[in-house]
Ligand binder design. Sequence first.
Ligand SMILES: [Zn+2]
Length: 326
Amino acid sequence: MIGAVDIGGTKIAVGMVSDSGRVLSRHELPTDVDSYANGLATIVSMLRETARTARVEITGIGIGSTGPVDPFTGRFGEVDFLPGWRGQNPVEDLARIFKVRVALENDADAAAMAEAGWGAGKNKSRLIYVTVGTGIGGGIVIDGRLYRGVDGSHPELGHQVIDPAGPLCSCGFHGCWESLAAGPAMVAWLNANAPAEYPHREHLTAQRICQFARQNDPLARQCVEREAYYLGLGVANLINLFTPDVIVLSGSLMKSAILFLDGIRNMICRGCRFVPFEKTEIAMASLGDDANLIGAARVWHDRIQQEASHASRRPHRGRTPASSKR
Ligand SMILES: [Zn+2]
């Protein structure tokens, strides 16, 4: 039974996840930890509590986290909502406390692994996972293995430039996919284009805009059309670059995917003619709101499996191949 830990910008979720990816018990708290020691203590007590609720013993721990994390050393980089976590190592600490093996991954990579192994990408060789919410993130899984950049780095699908004349992004570029097509971009566009008398200005969110669009509000519909255009451009770029078997769409905005899918498919048809784009399936994530939690558990399974297969391929001591003596 794997104890799964999902560390996000707004909440820390912990759960017990079975060998088949089923969440047996879960608990979450807002991410308002003031120090690493308190954060770690909170996670430890949540793990113990959820294990007790599910009446299981923890045999391993998987962590998925936002922000720059080193998947191999377990060390955290600078995460703005986790003060004092930089340089800390929850992998080593949880392993010491629970006396089990612990694996850590970027949360989008973790969710990508979960969808590839237990979700919408099951039995697909080449999968790209994209999550659209307050930002845009994603992960790439090829033949069951996570694609990693140099030194284990996590590629940033959300920071591909879609329009260099677009808004400034925190990464330094203008007009990244994230700055044009994440939830806040919808809100910003509507605020900038709504007349003073527009009735829905207060407490606007991307989800509410989608709701107004479904009620035929003309401005909200225009906003949704623009969103589908930019989502489509980013997805089309991924198809031109990778031509995967499947692109799995996830995140809070994709709960309204029905509003965007036709627009996304139109963009793909317009500009992907040099690749067999019709073979790339556009699928919705199937693991729901627990995808990150399930992903954290999947990370543990995949990492331990990988290590086991490496170990079995290593030549045994004393049986050095003859060729190496030459
Ligand atoms: Zn950017």
